[in-house]
Each structure stands twice: as structure tokens, then as C-alpha cells.
Design a protein around this ligand. Structure first.
Ligand SMILES: *[C@@H]1O[C@H](CO)[C@@H](O)[C@H](O)[C@H]1NC(C)=O
Ligand SMILES: *[C@@H]1O[C@H](CO)[C@@H](O)[C@H](O)[C@H]1NC(C)=O
Ligand SMILES: *[C@@H]1O[C@H](CO)[C@@H](O)[C@H](O)[C@H]1NC(C)=O
Ligand SMILES: *[C@@H]1O[C@H](CO)[C@@H](O)[C@H](O)[C@H]1NC(C)=O
Ligand SMILES: CC(=O)N[C@H]1CO[C@H](CO)[C@@H](O)[C@@H]1O
Length: 321
């Protein structure tokens, strides 16, 4: 089929770039000529060419396709399936999950390319995708975070009314020389506006690059702007790489105990912050495989912080090798 596509395109172009010749032959599999026809007079042939022509053709096309006949006999629309006895045969079956269990994760720095340039300029393609999932699953969950959440900074405003700016002037000890990410409240209104159109709920990453100067502004403002549309705050990202990456100037020897203590500082900070209403919406520890979750459980992480943790997170990357 691929062989025939350029042929179709050339034919369309040459017929249009020439004069008002508007006959079209569409080649199908094996060179079969599908109906050769002529466009009606609705197309302003002299003013369109190439790919514009295809767009114009589609826009003006008023052909109504006749649906094929339904199969006979019709397939059954109700039937029973015998499920195995869970307890007896599937001992490791998980607890029941809601329809919106699966969601999307979007790196904080590329939100504009995926979700929208700002709160009034949403990307319709992604909005449609969210709506498609939400229609079926009831709602759709999106996590905004990643390495860039660690260096994200909420600022009052940015030049040219921008929503996001990458600030290369700050030495933030981030891995892979990622520039500091400056965000305005518009970034949070973007999610609020999406949620006003489709039933989307958000997990937002907040930084843990520096526990001697807690930076909780994203959570403070998100609580006010997004309210219950924020499902949780992901405190820190991949702490098991903090030592290796030297994030926030941490030493190579950074271990589970160091993280346990720093996480406690974050939890206390959130707990003592009057601008954060939801104290127990924390998502952590977001390990990526360098430490096992059990190595944190063993030092009392879950017992100590369970009343603040809403979601226990791990990050798993698919290996294509
Ligand atoms: C479809 O478009 C052609 C060209 O503009 C026009 O002649 C024809 O009447 C239209 N048919 C219908 C069903 O609208
Ligand atoms: C949003 O982005 C659009 C497209 O760049 C721009 O025209 C508009 O001014 C922006 N709105 C705000 C409030 O920044
Ligand atoms: C944490 O990130 C902020 C924003 O990029 C930066 O200003 C700060 O210096 C960083 N803290 C440390 C300890 O690296
Ligand atoms: C982390 O390192 C410190 C200092 O060497 C040590 O006391 C602590 O036991 C270590 N923690 C773990 C979980 O290995
Ligand atoms: C429903 C909603 O949250 N609307 C917000 C959309 O974003 C603008 C800011 O650009 C806010 O002013 C609206 O409140």
C-alpha cells in the first residue's frame, strides 16, 4: 500500500497545479483503481494545491458513506464468563481498582507542548484524548512531575506574560544540566481549566531539592486554585538517585536514612504550613529501582509517615533492550 501513496499525492498535485482538471484516481491494494470521479464545483481549485488541496477536499467533501449491512446472524450481546475463584486460584490478585486507575505522566517542563500554552490556549488533541478516557473511565488522572519538579519555582510573573521559563542563570545542581523551571500561577490555572472541561484530576510534583529552605509554593497555590482536583503532591522525585546525581549538593553516600530524615522535614513543613489545607495527600517515595521499597519500609518509613501518605509510588521504566 505504501508504494501507492506517493502516486496518489502526485496525481492530486499535478491535476491541481495545472488548470481546472479535477479528476482523481485513487489506487488501492495491488494497483486496483478505486472509483475514478470528479469533484463537484464546491472546491475553489485555482486557490489550493498540494496538502492544502487534500485539506480543502476533506473540508468540502459532502459524500455520505453507506454503512455496510449488519452481520447475520447478529453476534450475542449478552453472555456469561466463568471467573476463577479469587481466593483459591488467584492469591496474588490485586484489590479492586477503579476505572481511572491508569493515567498519564507528563514531565513538568513539557506541559506546554502537551496540555496547553497557557490556561486559555489548550491543546485540543490532548483534551480530546483526556475526554475519551474520562468518558469511559469516569475520570482521568494525570501526573505532572519528574526531574524538573525538583527545580521548579513558582514566580509572580514572567516576561512577555509567559507561563513557563527556563532559567539558565541559577546553579541548581540539577541532573543533566536541566535549567531551573520558573512557573507562574497560570500553570496551575491551566490544569484548573482542563478540569472544568473534562473530569481530569492531577498529581503535582513539588520540589525536595533543598530541605533547609522548603519550597512549598506549588502546593500552597495549587490547594487554592485546584482544590479537590489535586489528588496529591508528589514530594521529591527518585530520591534513590539524589546521591548519584548530586541533586541539591547531596553526597554520593546519600542513603535511605538520609532520605527518611529529609522526608520528615518535608512532612513537618507541609503539616505546619497554614496555606496547605490537605496535609495527607502526599505521594512518595517515588523510587526508581536503585533502592528497593523494602529498604525504606525496613527503617520504619511507612509506619512513621503513613498518616501523611496517600499514595505509595514507584517509578518503573520499560526497557526496550
Ligand atoms: C455535494 O457537493 C456538490 C459540490 O458542491 C454539490 O453539487 C452537491 O449538491 C452536494 N450534495 C449534497 C447532498 O449536498
Ligand atoms: C496564551 O497564549 C496565546 C498563544 O500564544 C496568546 O495569544 C495569549 O496572549 C496568551 N494568554 C495569556 C493570558 O497569556
Ligand atoms: C533548589 O532549586 C532551586 C530552584 O532551581 C535553586 O534556586 C536552589 O539553589 C536549589 N537548592 C540547592 C540546595 O541546590
Ligand atoms: C546511612 O548512612 C549512615 C551513615 O553512614 C548510617 O548510620 C546509616 O545506618 C545508613 N543507613 C542505611 C539504611 O544503610
Ligand atoms: C474554571 C477555571 O479555573 N478558569 C480559570 C481559567 O484560567 C484563568 C487564568 O488564565 C482563570 O482566571 C480562570 O479562573
Amino acid at each position: 500500500m505504501r508504494n501507492f501513496l506517493p502516486l496518489v499525492f502526485l496525481l492530486l498535485s499535478s491535476s491541481i497545479l495545472g488548470q481546472n482538471v479535477r479528476a482523481v484516481t485513487v489506487y488501492g491494494l495491488g494497483g486496483v483503481e478505486n472509483p475514478t470521479g470528479t469533484f463537484g464545483s464546491g472546491i475553489p481549485a485555482a486557490t489550493v494545491s498540494g496538502s492544502d488541496f487534500i485539506a480543502a477536499y476533506n473540508a468540502y467533501n459532502n459524500v455520505t458513506l453507506t454503512p455496510p449491512a449488519l452481520p447475520n446472524p447478529m453476534p450475542a450481546t449478552s453472555f456469561s464468563i466463568a471467573l476463577p475463584n479469587q481466593a483459591a486460584n488467584m492469591p496474588k490478585l490485586s484489590i479492586p481498582h477503579k476505572g481511572d486507575f491508569f493515567g498519564f505522566s507528563i514531565e513538568m517542563s513539557v506541559v506546554q507542548q502537551v496540555i496547553g500554552k497557557n490556561a486559555s490556549f489548550l491543546q485540543p488533541t490532548f483534551l480530546n484524548l483526556l475526554a475519551t478516557v474520562a468518558d469511559r473511565a469516569g475520570s482521568v488522572r494525570v501526573r505532572i512531575g519528574g526531574n524538573t519538579q525538583e527545580i521548579a519555582t513558582l514566580v509572580a510573573s514572567l516576561p512577555e506574560n509567559a507561563m513557563i521559563a527556563k532559567d539558565h542563570s541559577v546553579d541548581d545542581n540539577a541532573p543533566t544540566q536541566t535549567p531551573t523551571l520558573d512557573l507562574t500561577d497560570e500553570f496551575l490555572y491551566l490544569f484548573a481549566n482542563v478540569s472544568s472541561l473534562v473530569n481530569a484530576k492531577w498529581y503535582l510534583g513539588i520540589p525536595m531539592n533543598d530541605t533547609s529552605h522548603l519550597r512549598l509554593q506549588i502546593a500552597e497555590h495549587a490547594d487554592a486554585i485546584l482544590g479537590s482536583n489535586v489528588l496529591g503532591y508528589q514530594v521529591g522525585n527518585e530520591p534513590d538517585l539524589y546521591g548519584q546525581h548530586g541533586l541539591g549538593g547531596r553526597p554520593k553516600t546519600y542513603n535511605q536514612t538520609d532520605y527518611f530524615n529529609e522526608f520528615g522535614t518535608m512532612v513537618n513543613g507541609i503539616n505546619n504550613d497554614p496555606q496547605i489545607a490537605s496535609k495527607n495527600k502526599i505521594v512518595a517515595p517515588s523510587l526508581q529501582g536503585t533502592w528497593t521499597p523494602e529498604s525504606l519500609w525496613d527503617i520504619g518509613y511507612l509506619n512513621t509517615y503513613s498518616s501523611f501518605l496517600d499514595v505509595i509510588s514507584v517509578e518503573q521504566y520499560v526497557s526496550f533492550l
